[in-house]
Design a protein around this ligand. Sequence first.
Ligand code: NA7
Length: 538
Amino acid sequence: EPTDSLPSFDAIIIGAGIAGMYQLYRLRELGLSVQVFEAGSDVGGTWYWNRYPGARFDSESYTYGYSFSQELLQEWNWSEHFAAQPETLRYLNHVADRFELRPHIRFDSRVTAARYDEASRRWEVMIDSGERFRARFLVTAIGPLSADTLPRVPGIRDFRGESFHTSRWPREPVEFAGKRVAVIGTGATGVQVIQTIAPLVGQLTVFQRTPNWCTPLHNRKITEEEQARIKANYPAMFELLRRTPGCYIHDTDPRSTFDVTPEEREAFWEKLYGEPGFGIWMANFRDVLTDPKANALFSDFVARKIRQRVKDPVTAEKLIPKNHGFGTRRVPQETFYYEAFNLPHVRLVDLQEEPIERVTESGIRTSAADYPFDMIIYATGFDAITGSFDRIDIRGVGGLSLKEKWAEGPKTYLGLMSAGFPNMLTIVGPHNASTRCNIPRCIEQNVEWITDLLRNARDRGITRFEATPEAEAEWSRHIEELASGMLYTQVDSWATGVNRNVEGKDVRRILQYQGGAPQYRAKCEEVASSGYAGMVLA
Ligand code: NA7
């Protein structure tokens, strides 16, 4: 088929999650013709795919919803301070219906390739049916944690029981009663699954490679009174979220750990441990995530909590991280996680002592034993931040491959674009503040910045824009500089791009903007108001 007869749009958006839906809303408002392609059968992205038992927010529900519509804010009632996945998916469906987004979204359509054509200054996009489409602008809204990964061990396909990756959980109900269940992985996902299914299963075996520092979520229902207060307070709350580094209601404590007496310190940490949400991570003393001594003291506080909550001292020691400090990896939020290990039918297998050798027809074989199972749950995470890009064959000017360009680490300008890939924008891309953020807040900022750029392009008749290599190099320097004082850069995790299940992803890279959302927002605004410095518009 000749290229110029392909269905053509002003913009193509990849993904109909929180980011893609909002970008669609804004570009349609601008009067552009927009087509969204979504791999899933419905809207919701992360909340469409992650239906595993126990999936829920770690952000306060009312801080997470979209902020762009007063009507939406006032009409939606969150039922809990930290809503569970089914409620969030209902919310996103409500948004899609309310703003009539579905007619512009094509479901069950995974984008496999995108190629920039210089002659026409357009992108050509291919989906898994083989169909092709064209658009002036391409916006990726493909999620930082959407490319799921499985362990690189033999035999995964041989297993005869049920097996699921948490982010590919079936839509039909899964029965647990009486079953012998394995969970591999103890990240934020594994923790939610384990604490939820432990009381339901016949027998639970947790395969842990690295323990994490988990802290209590303290979730509860929102009362009618609270509901009214939340709705009346939205403007002030969003003002606060604009000021805090991660757009949470929790703001860093300006004091150092060493400004106070040991007694005051202990009392403050007790208070944080008893409060809901991420305050313990984000509103702790300012040096807990940067000063190794402060970090060690607080890690010791949490270790004592774990020892108090887990009855068997051997299991307790295994659940306490030894090689990384508190908060240097994503902190899983839990309810009953540590107590689950006190149940007689729950056991912990430490993969540092006995690594998995293979999956068999009937279960899992480690170097020490054969464990029989009816079900294996892979809570093994994602090829984070760049993985979703690597899975699409994206080609820029002269056939340049994005995957190859980013092989040693991403190169971007503002985390929103990459030189050599004109007219392409990356919501929640690498080097963006979004993955250190209460994500919808940073998504809204990304989307609004992109919308302003495309409005500008439309009004000024601009058909091509691209970041300059110099601006990109400068941004990379800035990113590295911001990350340099942070303890998390010395630890393997998805945030540093390490995933040994993926070829070539065994070295740490700087993938995130560490300056905080307010500073990031200011940088983006500066670029826009200077007439897009660092970019060539033509
Ligand atoms: P994470 O946080 O990347 O956790 C994945 C877990 O799976 C982690 O405990 C890994 O151990 C473990 N894992 C991965 N591969 C293997 C193999 N091959 N063998 C044994 N164990 C393995 O992903 P989540 O889904 O929990 O959370 C992702 C984010 O989504 C989360 O931070 C939230 O922000 C939302 P490891 O630590 O690598 O030793």
